[in-house]
Design a protein around this ligand. Structure first.
Ligand code: G3P
Length: 218
């Protein structure tokens, strides 16, 4: 499973890239707002750090404007993926951009039937938001399972990858991996949480102390 990093914070992207854990980056208008940086500049900057796909989201709800914005954003670098919302206008923009060889990530997906539409219209990625479904008392993970199943059933026609988004815990990352999601977009904090385990820390302390006790030098 590929790891995309869900952030527009340059320092976080740099640190995780050094760790070798960044296959791509996803952003959205809220993450751009949080970064306090200029949208196009920050996308350009990310593209100088990361070779993999970088999702940049359109800021209009109108199909023609989404297409124009998508075409402009795609010029920033050849690894830009255009994020469009799962609306009728967004789906039309998805079809048009995809047919012009621009990769599209259809975002704000909350049902398998929505995902089916994005798949039929040539999206490169579909982004089901699992955490936000959990927030309203439904099981977000079930959606990943359902979409993976549908896409696998029609894999001759649907090439769209399932990009599990709105991830809130390390457990959800392993759960979406075991369900066959192609990609998980993960907030940096969760990547660091994934590394940590108390038994690793305790075990390492013991090994280091026992090594000291041997009195040997490496
Ligand atoms: O990039 C979209 C998605 O990952 C947002 O997550 O935590 O704002 O629901 P969240």
């Amino acid at each position: 499973m590929k790891f995309f990093i869900d952030t527009a914070e340059i320092e976080e992207i740099k640190s995780l890239s050094e760790l070798g854990l960044v296959d791509g980056v996803t952003t959205n208008p809220s993450l751009i707002y949080k970064s306090g940086k200029d949208f196009k500049k920050v996308i350009k900057e990310i593209s100088t750090i990361v070779e993999g796909p970088i999702s940049a989201e359109v800021t209009s709800t109108d199909c023609q404007e989404m297409i124009a914005q998508g075409q402009e954003l795609a010029k920033i670098s050849n690894n830009i993926v255009i994020k469009v919302p799962l609306t009728a206008d967004g789906l039309m923009a998805c079809k048009k951009l995809s047919s012009n060889n621009i990769k599209v990530n259809v975002t704000l997906c909350f049902s398998a039937s929505q995902a089916l539409l994005a798949g039929k219209l040539g999206a490169t990625y579909i982004s089901p938001f699992i955490g936000r479904l959990d927030d309203i008392g439904t099981t977000g993970l079930n959606l990943i399972k359902e979409i993976v199943h549908i896409y696998n059933t029609y894999k001759k026609d649907i090439k769209t990858e399932v990009l599990a988004a709105s991830i809130r815990s390390p457990l959800q990352v392993s759960q979406v991996a075991s369900m066959g999601a192609h990609v998980a977009t993960i907030p940096p904090k969760i990547i660091y949480q994934m590394i940590k385990h108390p038994l690793t820390d305790i075990g390492l302390d013991t090994f280091m102390n026992d090594w000291k006790k041997t009195g040997q030098k490496f």
